[in-house]
Write a protein of this length. Structure first.
Length: 487
């Protein structure tokens, strides 16, 4: 226990502190932007980012991962805020946390093993595209100076680490270029142009709403959507950070942590949030590995708002856009182009569909769910190929079945038989097959009963243990007096 605490908190103090500072600086404009998307005051997003980051630093299941207010969650909140106001949003945030906590207790993290690699690659690539697209408005059509600042930022973050690694290059870029913009009185779009930052701490409050069934009916659909989207993004991001750092995370603990963090956030005037892959990548690439980096990100975010708010609002958006472009480039799986050539066509299509759905809907959860469903369809299609070979002898006719017999292959199984004999001994051999469900049993029933109608004697042999149990329990045709023998 003590060793684990040392590893999570004190094994990388300098790297975690500096990385946390970089993340905090990059969090501010995103939290403000997401608040604007949701239709609430910028402080709602900033308070959420502070609360969620600090809480998950202690109880999250993935050290070094950054969670805060996110765009995907903000988009789901728009109708609720528009129709009912921010108090209902806070109540929905609390309920979102309760639902996520229950999901965590139910060990929803186990579902991660059902997400195929093609969907994961599509998720990462789509997220990289969304991160890049979100930066375009900050420089497209702007002054030449804006483009210069973006270019210089990219130059610093890519070139400086070759010669100097003590301080993260993104932090140096922010400090140097912000100072140049301030002292040079340069006309650039800044963080302050996104919204007003109030220099105040979040305060405990109970949402001012009627505690009635009608209220629950209003907020529950939003809360369940927020809970699912938040967990999908958080658990996928945790898996990506696992791969980047070569370490494991506790997915169910992360789900519970996300729930508790959102519950607390709602009582402190914040909107629901989840893991952010962009900020998590910034943290990892800046040297952050432990829980300390997440804590520093949250605490320093509040420090920036309370103490350095007047300076923070002067940070050029072009600098932060340059850093996020670096994140987008680093996040994108460039090897996926060769993956498209080498992978099975079905997997390649799943990856492309996942990317397209996410980019078109701006919703990562919908894209992931769509990709998983498509993968399931392709998988079922591949498994549904059943072959039936007919072997005739002087004493009987044997049908050797090969493959997986379930709902998707049941019809083709029946069609493989020719019911053109009567008063004969029919043997159906399942030695190379497996019966999975009631649809499969129904198909076996249909074949056996059709042969019996023509006065054939039917034997079913070669069933493995689980298939035989299913036949015994469900099959109409299992009548020892009517069949030859059931082995």
């Amino acid at each position: 226990m003590v060793e684990q605490i040392k590893k999570d908190w004190f094994s990388n103090i300098r790297g975690d502190v500096l990385a946390g500072i970089v993340v905090a600086l990059a969090l501010i404009p995103e939290a403000i932007a997401f608040s604007i998307i949701a239709g609430v005051d910028p402080m709602v997003g900033l308070y959420a980012s502070f609360c969620i980051a600090v809480i998950l630093a202690f109880i999250g299941g993935r050290p070094g991962m950054i969670s805060a207010a996110t765009g995907a969650m903000a988009l789901l909140m728009v109708p609720l805020v528009k129709d009912h106001g921010v108090q209902y949003l806070l109540a929905a945030t609390i309920l979102t946390g309760v639902i996520q906590l229950l999901f965590g207790i139910a060990k929803v993290g186990k579902l991660m093993k059902f997400i195929p690699r093609a969907v994961m690659i599509g998720f990462v690539n789509a997220l990289a595209i969304l991160i890049f697209m979100a930066q375009v408005p900050h420089f497209l059509g702007s002054s030449v100076l804006t483009y210069i600042f973006v270019a210089v930022t990219l130059l610093i973050v890519y070139m400086l680490p070759r010669f100097f690694k003590v301080i993260p290059a993104p932090l140096i870029a922010i400090v140097v270029l912000t100072a140049a913009a301030i002292f040079g009185s340069l006309n650039l779009k800044t963080v302050g142009d996104l919204g007003i930052i109030t220099q105040s701490l979040p305060q405990f409050l109970i949402p001012d709403i009627p505690l009635t069934w009608e209220t629950l009916k209003i907020i529950f659909p939003y809360s369940i959507s927020l809970a699912i989207v938040g967990l999908v993004e958080s658990l996928l991001t945790a898996s990506i950070v696992d791969d980047m750092t070569g370490t494991d995370s506790e997915k169910n603990k992360e789900a519970r942590g996300q729930g508790i963090a959102n519950m607390v956030t709602g009582f402190f005037g914040g909107m629901a949030g989840c893991a952010m892959i962009g900020q998590s990548v910034i943290n990892i690439k800046s040297g952050g590995r432990g829980r300390l980096s997440t804590l520093v990100a949250g605490v320093f975010l509040m420090f920036l708002i309370l103490v350095l708010g007047n300076i923070v609002v002067q940070i050029p958006m072009s600098v932060l856009a340059g850093i996020m472009i670096m994140v987008a480039i680093g996040t994108f799986e460039w090897s996926s182009f060769s993956y498209l050539r080498k992978a099975p066509k079905s997997d390649a299509l799943v990856m492309i569909v996942t990317v397209v759905i996410v980019v078109m809907t701006d919703n990562l959860a919908i894209g992931v769910i769509g990709g998983v469903i498509l993968s399931m369809i392709f998988f079922a299609t591949r498994l549904s190929k059943v072959s039936v070979q007919r072997i005739s002898t002087q004493t009987n006719i044997t049908f050797e079945v090969s493959g997986q017999l379930f709902f998707a292959s049941a019809e083709s199984f029946v069609q493989a038989f020719a019911f053109d004999v009567s008063d004969a001994d029919i043997v159906i051999d399942f030695s190379n097959a497996h019966i999975w469900d009631d649809s499969a049993v129904g198909a076996v029933d249909k074949v056996v009963l059709k042969y019996r109608q023509k006065l054939n004697r039917v034997a079913i042999i070669g069933l493995n243990t689980s298939s035989e149990k299913l036949i015994h329990r469900l099959a109409v045709c299992h009548d020892p007096n009517a069949s030859l023998k059931l082995h």
